[in-house]
Structures are given as structure tokens and as C-alpha cells.
Design a protein around this ligand. Sequence first.
Ligand SMILES: [Zn+2]
Length: 154
Amino acid sequence: MKEGWEAVIGLEIHAQLSTESKIFCGCSTRFGDEPNSNTCPVCLGLPGALPVLNRRAVELGARAALALGLHVNEVSIFARKNYFYPDLPKGYQISQYDRPFSEKGLLEIVTAERDEGGQAREWRPMPVRITRLHLEEDAGKNVHEGLPAPRSPR
Ligand SMILES: [Zn+2]
């Protein structure tokens, strides 16, 4: 690494919570069903349909936050993130930005430098700061005719 410089790398990592229903409606999260069969006015974003937060998603999110040493905020806010993409037919995703579910965590990993032969040397702990953990709905899924069937993540 060049003298006087430090590499700072940010990652956005997504994890899927194992809920039976979607985060803002009662529709199933089951993979492999007929296209558009697990939908309702809420997840289609029809006028007048209001989302209701899935308690199980909050519980699982809190578990993840506590396991990663994050502070779980007493108040957090969901907002619409508007964008156009084929996996998002309603035109917005319900996500968090200004006041996330939890913040300021730390994950310690073990890492090492490699010698010229590629062997790991001098193992040492390295703290990885976690800026935030927030909850958001998963966007839709594009399925293309003629390609192999998608695999279930479970
Ligand atoms: Zn739905």
C-alpha cells in the first residue's frame, strides 16, 4: 500500500430473512409458484393499499443487529425509494435511509497477510465497522423464459 494512504472499502450486503410472508403484506415468500400468484394490492402498490410491517421480520432483524453488536434504535422510519427497474413493477421499494433500524456495530474477523508463495502469515483480528443495518422489502424477481428454473435460497 502506498505510504500515507489507507484503503477504505464499503460494502452493501443483503441478507434474506426466513419469513413465511413478505415484509409488508401477508403474501407468501415461497419460490417456484406461478408468476404473479403471490401478490396483493399492497405489494403491487395499488392506490389506497397500505403496508403493515411483518413482526417476524422485525424480530429476525433485531436478532441480526444484536448478534453484530449494533444499537437497535427505538424509532426508525421507512420510506419509499422510487426507481424504475423491471424487478420493481410498482415503481418504488420500501426501504430505510434517514433513521435506520439499527446502527454502529462491529464484526471482528481474522485475517492475514500473504507471503510471496500465497501462504497466509501473521494472523490477526481485524475489526469491521458496520454503519447500519436496516430492513427493506425485497424487489421482485425477473424470470426469463427458456432459462433453468431458479433455485430456492432455503
Ligand atoms: Zn402482497
